[in-house]
Design a binder for this molecule. Sequence first.
Ligand code: NAP
Length: 299
Amino acid sequence: MPEVMIIGGDGLLGTAMAMRCDDLGLSFVQTSRRKGNTLHFDLRHPNNNLPNAKLVYLFAGVTSIQACDDDPTATHAINVQGIASVAKQYVERGSHVIFPSTSLVFDGTHRTPGIDHPIRPRTTYGKQKAEAERQLMTIGHSGPGSVSIVRLSKVLTQQVSLIEQWRKQLHAGQTIKAYRDRYVAPLPCAQAIDALLNIGLNQKPGIYHLSGPAGCTYADLAVAIAKAMGVDEKMIRSVDCKNALPAVGYTALGDCTQTNHESTGTAPPHPPHLPHPPRLPRPSAVTLAGIAKALACPV
Ligand SMILES: NC(=O)c1ccc[n+]([C@@H]2O[C@H](COP(=O)([O-])OP(=O)(O)OC[C@H]3O[C@@H](n4cnc5c(N)ncnc54)[C@H](OP(=O)(O)O)[C@@H]3O)[C@@H](O)[C@H]2O)c1
C-alpha cells in the first residue's frame, strides 16, 4: 500500500507534494484526469476503485473564483460532492484524509481570523470550500479513519503566472503595476507542503491554519520582490484594482499551526508506522522579505 495518495496530482500543490514525497522517500500514487502514466480519476465521476493509502491529500478541484461563480452547480458537484465522496470512501477504509481549504471561508473583515472565527464566505468558491469542510468534518467523526482540514492563504511559487510575469518584466527593466487595494498573504509553496506533510504524518485530525504575513497588499509584495531582485522599487506602480480581482478583503489567517513538535513540544506521539515529518520554520520566522527573496532568487 502506498503511504500517500495525491488526488489531483497535476496542480500547483499536487505536483509539489509528489516532488516532496519523492525527496523524502515516501511511496505515493497521483491521480490525474489527463492521459498519461498516473491513475485516471475525475471528481465528476468518483468511483470506489482508488487504491488504499495511509494518507490521502485532496488537492483536486476547481480553484478559480471566477469559474465557481460562472457555474456554481457544476463546480459544486466537483468541489463538494466529489470531494466528500472520495473522503468518505477513504475514511471508511481507515485512511487519514487531508483537505486543503482556504482563508476565503471567512468574510475578509478580520485581519487574522482564528480557527473558531465565524465561517462567512462571500464567494461561491469560499462557500463550496466551507460546505466541503462541514461535510468532511462529519465524515471524519464517523471513522474509522480521520480528517484534517488545513486552511491556507495564497500559496506562491516562482512558477505562479503573476510572479513569473513580474520577474520577467522587472528583469527586462519594465515597470510593473500591482494592486494596492487587494490583500495577499503569500505562503511559500515549499512551506505549505511541508506543513501539510507534517499534519498528515502526525495523523492528528482537526482544523489547521497556515498563512503568509497579514496586511500585505499585492503592491507590498511586488515592492519586496523588486528589492530582493536588486531592482529600484520605483519600478512598481501601485494602482487600484477597479474590479479586476474580486474584493475579498483580508486573506491572512490567525492561530497558525506550529506543526513542528520540536518547536512546540506539544505534538502527539508519532505513529510508528509512518516516517518522521519534515521540520518546519516557526510561522513568526516567515517574513515578507524572506518570502520575496525566495520568489525573487534566480531559478
Ligand atoms: N494554491 C493556493 O493558493 C490555495 C490556497 C488555498 C487552498 N487551496 C486548495 O488547495 C487545493 C489545490 O490547490 P492548487 O493551487 O494546487 O490548485 P490547482 O493548481 O488549480 O490544481 C487543481 C487540480 O484539480 C484538478 N481538477 C479540476 N477539476 C477536476 C475534476 N473534476 N476531477 C479531478 N481533478 C480535477 C485539476 O486538473 P487539471 O490540471 O487537469 O485541470 C488540477 O490538477 C485546492 O483544493 C485549493 O482549493 C489552494
